[in-house]
Design a protein around this ligand. Structure first.
Ligand code: LMR
Length: 398
């Protein structure tokens, strides 16, 4: 039976991890997969996570099943992290949150849920978007449409074109937005632009679906959810998939949440039962360990403060690296203007170079980045920035 199967290419992002590990060049730099790295190039376990994990090991007295919606306390705490206490209160009757296995698990459950509600739904995704959005949403059966988003030449959002393209969306189509720290381009909507999108969604009857994978890594925990909260407060329906992979550094534990805001309290019971049934049909129930760590951190004032402090250091480091890289390239007299890197948000920006140049950076210099020229800024540090800048200049001059 298996003889009909073809070998597939490695995932464009995850494949870089294996290639980087196999590279013996001591000067190699990993700007590929989106994991945070500290000034020594490590992806550390956060102090609050270590402490919560220790407490969990000491106090946990059962490994019995939790259930398809996960831990109700975790669900509530993560909803509050995303929406804030006031809005959570206001939306109490109309919202439900389920624990999911990471952002990917949440996106897939949400896609299956949308298909149950509207099997003919189309989902509009930004051009460009995170490449894994396409299989995660498309394999569930959603028809994918794209709207223009990033202007590669001028490094700005093609906002007028985005709005114009969305004029051809139908009522009940889905609009996928990145909550903050757009992956892959790092260009986020301004407050005015979020308001214009809200007006458009109301006007056309679109259901907004927000992927929030980087809360706290752009401008701050509260600042980064301006758009999410604006839309949650003003739209009749909303889906938000939030991930704890990056802001809690819990990547391999697979911790996420799917929050659905319904039109009425009466719909909430049906929505929760559908989400539970979808989870049961795919993975039965989400893994507990990472979610328990997040719960312990969010319900303990000291641990929460420690986590917030460390997240602030991570964010400040990324923003500092953005400024350093753009000024180092300018000081080196590179003719191309890289000042946009300073202003973009989160881990990613495009260098704006072509695939042959990317391949030269990988093949000749062991500097790993995605073919689209997306770099993970957090992979830069004091020990590798000279080599990075020199290599980039050589590639740009060739
Ligand atoms: C990335 O974009 O690099 C991360 O979100 C990791 C992944 O799964 O692709």
């Amino acid at each position: 039976m298996f003889e009909t199967l073809q070998s597939l290419n490695a995932d464009p992002i995850l494949g870089l991890m294996a290639a980087f590990r196999a590279d013996c060049n001591p000067a190699k730099i990993d700007l590929g997969v989106g994991v945070y790295k500290d000034s020594r190039g490590r992806t550390p376990v956060m102090a609050a996570v270590k402490e919560a994990e220790t407490r969990l090991l000491e106090t946990q007295d059962s490994k019995s099943y939790v259930g398809p919606a996960g831990d109700a306390d975790y669900d509530e705490l993560t909803a509050r992290l995303v929406l804030g206490d006031a809005l959570c209160q206001q939306l109490q009757e109309r919202r439900c949150t389920v624990q999911v296995p990471g952002g990917c698990g949440g996106l897939r459950v949400a896609a299956e849920f949308i298909m149950k509600a509207n099997p003919r739904a189309r989902i509009w995704v930004s051009d460009p978007t995170w490449p894994n959005h396409v299989p995660l949403l498309g394999t569930a059966g959603l028809q994918i449409e794209t709207y223009p988003y990033y202007d590669y030449d001028n490094h700005v959002i093609r906002f007028e074109e985005m709005l114009a393209a969305l004029q051809s969306a139908n009522a009940n189509d889905l609009l996928l937005l990145h909550g903050c720290c757009h992956n892959p381009c790092g260009a986020d909507l301004s407050a005015d632009q979020w308001q214009a999108v809200r007006d458009l969604a109301l006007d056309k009857g679109l259901t907004v679906f927000i992927d929030l994978a980087y809360q706290g890594l752009g401008d701050g925990l509260e600042e980064d959810v301006y758009g999410v909260r604006l839309l949650a407060a003003s739209l009749p329906e909303l889906l938000v998939v939030s991930s704890c992979s990056k802001n809690f550094g819990l990547y391999r534990e697979r911790v996420g949440a799917l929050t659905v805001i319904c039109q009425s309290g009466a719909q909430r019971a049906a929505v929760s039962s559908q989400l539970a049934s979808i989870a049961r049909g795919i993975y039965s129930m989400p893994p507990d360990h990472g979610a328990a760590i997040v719960r312990i951190i969010l319900e303990d004032q000291d641990l929460r403060l420690s986590w917030d402090r460390e997240l602030t250091e991570m964010r400040d480091r990324i923003n500092g690296l953005r400024a350093t890289l753009s000024s180092r390239l300018a000081a080196a007299g590179v003719p191309d203007d890289f000042s946009f890197i300073r202003n973009e948000k989160g881990m990613f920006s495009f260098l704006g170079i072509g695939i042959p140049q990317v391949q030269r950076l990988i093949g000749d210099y062991s500097i790993y980045l995605v073919d689209s020229s997306r770099i993970n800024v957090a992979g830069i540090n004091d020990s590798n920035i000279d080599y990075l800048v020199d290599s980039l200049i050589k590639v740009l001059q060739q």
